[in-house]
Design a binder for this molecule. Structure first.
Ligand code: SAM
Length: 235
């Protein structure tokens, strides 16, 4: 993947936080998805669909772009404008209550959203695993706290995040939360390298939320937080 192919799509209109295309680029470099055109990928918490576009273009597979806050109609309009309306199906469902077919997806991607709904042991087994095909791959990139500060999110991050601080967990904590299951072959969680680029590209949009985040970057975001990459491979 060459991120420059997507520069025209990265803007204050499509970004909802640190550059999701940048985060996806690192995940794809580390764990390239090898999919056929009839395979299906779930982009869970896709926001305004930038990552869905990248997944569709880079893999050639069919993409289900699911989000809660952004309507399927709004995303459908963008996908039509971007010329990928045939390849990407927009859906608006709560990740706690998805209605896809069992075993439907060969891959699941989730950027900057999984921490909103999946931070409890058992969520992956009960709410995600049923929809994944055998040998499916999961790629997740989310903001979190560095391993050395695990367990201290509320104390360290509340001035920036308020009541959402508890959602920030460390790579080691996420590996434990996803846990073990007889269908899981491997889980890896690590601190991603794209942290500084993803944040600075968000600040460059001058979005009003980006300006708010920027005020906390040197004192809270940079010293205590990271981007957590998570890779899961099924048997
Ligand atoms: C910060 S935005 C990121 C969006 C996009 N992935 C990106 O990186 O630009 C977080 C997204 O998580 C989604 N989200 C939060 N809770 C959700 C839930 N329970 N089910 C589905 N999506 C959810 C929201 O709809 C929102 O678009």
């Amino acid at each position: 993947m060459n991120i420059n192919d997507y520069t025209n799509y990265m803007s204050s209109e499509t970004l909802m936080g640190p550059n999701s295309a940048r985060v996806l680029e690192e995940l794809f470099k580390k764990y390239p998805l090898q999919l056929e055109k009839d395979d299906t990928v779930l982009d869970l918490g896709c926001g305004k669909g930038l990552t869905s576009l990248v997944i569709a273009k880079e893999t050639g597979a069919k993409v289900y772009a699911n989000d809660l806050w952004i309507s399927a109609e709004e995303n459908a309009g963008r996908f039509e404008d971007w010329g990928v309306g045939e390849q990407i199906t927009p859906v608006c469902e709560d990740a706690n209550d998805l209605s896809f077919d069992k075993g439907q997806f060969q891959a699941l991607v989730s950027i900057d959203s999984y921490h909103y709904f999946a931070g409890k042991v058992g969520f992956f087994d009960n709410k995600i695993l049923p929809f994944l095909d055998d040998k499916a791959v999961v790629l997740i990139g989310i903001p979190g706290i560095k391993d050395e500060y695990a367990g201290h999110s509320e104390e360290l991050l509340s001035d920036w995040l308020g009541e959402e601080a508890y959602m920030f967990k460390s790579p080691r904590e996420w590996k434990e939360i996803i846990g073990d299951h007889s269908r899981i072959e491997k889980v890896e969680a690590w601190e991603m390298e794209c942290f500084e680029n993803a944040w600075s590209e968000w600040f460059a949009t001058n979005h009003k939320y980006a300006c708010g985040d920027k005020q906390h970057f040197e004192t809270i975001i940079k010293p205590y937080t990271c981007f957590v990459g998570i890779f899961v491979k099924l048997k």
